[in-house]
Design a protein around this ligand. Structure first.
Ligand code: UFG
Length: 328
């Protein structure tokens, strides 16, 4: 298949683009490089620099490249930021996704894999979270993605769109020592901790120590980026026969912020000083996935479920490329 990968210069999109190529598909990366990095795009993928808000550009691209399927990663991702500027999340994540879907409709492209999120669930009523559990986002980021899921359901019903929505829990780790997470600014826990281990920051802040969890800090389910990527390929193949496909993607095991720091101390041998700080707005206390459905339906199995292995892969990347990909 010829697959358009929006956000394919970003952390997860670029790993998926590479897996697509390895599986014998063609990948056209579409990215405005506002957050992504030219160097992260796999060599054998075409890179088109453009913006999802530009409908003409999308129309032209979908037709001229005879695109068969779209994988949509391009989005703003920081939940904390969404509680300061929600309008940017609704514009970039929701409105731009609608523009893309309208362009697909006009070009008769019927296959779509959506990069969704655990942030849909807000504070879950039970753990681990299953796909049909109630959704109540506690931040505008989660809401901006939930709105897309709702649009997708209507496009499926009315226009026959075949789609998969993959709800990632906390993506982490590196697929190779020269290919990893490089956000600017970096707000995610594991890279922030590793910046301290590299001597680029003095301490890591723990955002909230009064959550209703055993050690008072938030619990998350970390999943290796390569395991996430493989789920996309399985989903792309499976939507031929069954749609919609909605899956939670995690390892089914939660780690508190303090536990992640502890694992990183072992991996790096650095004491990693912490400062206990106030809560960050919009953070749910506990997010742990049940991924039984994708295991059962598609035979997905994580290859790197162990948090230490995940942190080790991230550490290799940060140590060998401390400046990430540079500016872009
Ligand atoms: N945290 C700290 N200190 C930091 C950074 C984070 O204590 O310096 C805490 C956060 O408060 C949170 C946990 O570590 O409790 C994880 O935070 P991240 O920023 O790494 O990740 P989030 O859980 O906020 O969000 C990430 C992605 C979202 C995705 C979500 C799904 O950014 O896109 O995981 O769980 F939706």
């Amino acid at each position: 298949m010829k697959v358009l990968v929006t956000g394919g210069a970003g952390y997860i999109g670029s790993v998926v683009a590479e897996e697509l190529l390895q599986a014998g598909h063609q990948a056209v990366v579409f990215d405005n490089l506002s957050r992504g990095h030219r160097q992260a795009v796999p060599k054998n993928a075409e890179l088109v620099v453009g913006d999802l808000a530009n409908r003409d550009c999308l129309d032209q691209l979908l037709r001229s490249r005879a695109i068969d399927a779209v994988m949509h990663f391009a989005a703003l991702i920081e939940a904390g930021e969404s509680m300061k500027a929600p309008e940017e999340f609704f514009r970039n994540n929701t409105a731009n996704a609608l523009t893309l879907l309208e362009a697909m409709l006009a070009a008769r492209v019927k296959r779509f894999v959506f990069s969704s999120t655990a942030a849909l669930f807000g504070d879950p009523e039970r753990t681990p979270i299953e796909e049909d559990d109630p959704v109540h986002p506690t931040n505008a980021y989660g809401e901006s993605k939930l709105l897309v899921e709702r649009i997708l359901a209507w496009f499926h019903q009315i226009h026959g769109l075949r789609y998969a929505s993959l709800r990632y829990f906390n993506a982490a780790g590196a697929s190779r020592p020269d290919k990893g997470e490089a956000h600017q600014p970096e707000t995610h826990l594991i890279p922030r901790i590793l910046e301290v281990a590299l001597g680029r920051a003095e301490h890591v802040n723990i955002f909230g120590t009064d959550y209703p969890t055993p050690d008072g800090t938030c619990i998350r389910d970390y999943i290796h980026v390569s395991d996430l990527a493989r789920a996309h390929l399985l989903a792309l193949e499976a939507i031929e026969n069954s749609s919609p496909l909605i899956y939670n993607l995690g390892n089914g095991q939660g780690f508190s912020v303090r536990q992640v720091v502890e694992v990183a101390r072992k991996v790096t041998g650095h004491p990693i000083p912490v400062i206990e700080s106030p809560r960050r707005a919009g953070d749910p206390a506990v997010l742990i996935a049940s991924s039984e459905k994708i295991r059962r339906d598609l035979g997905w199995q994580p290859r790197f479920p162990d948090l230490k292995t995940i942190v080790e892969s991230a550490w290799q990347w940060h140590r060998t490329q401390p400046d990430g990909y540079g500016r872009h």
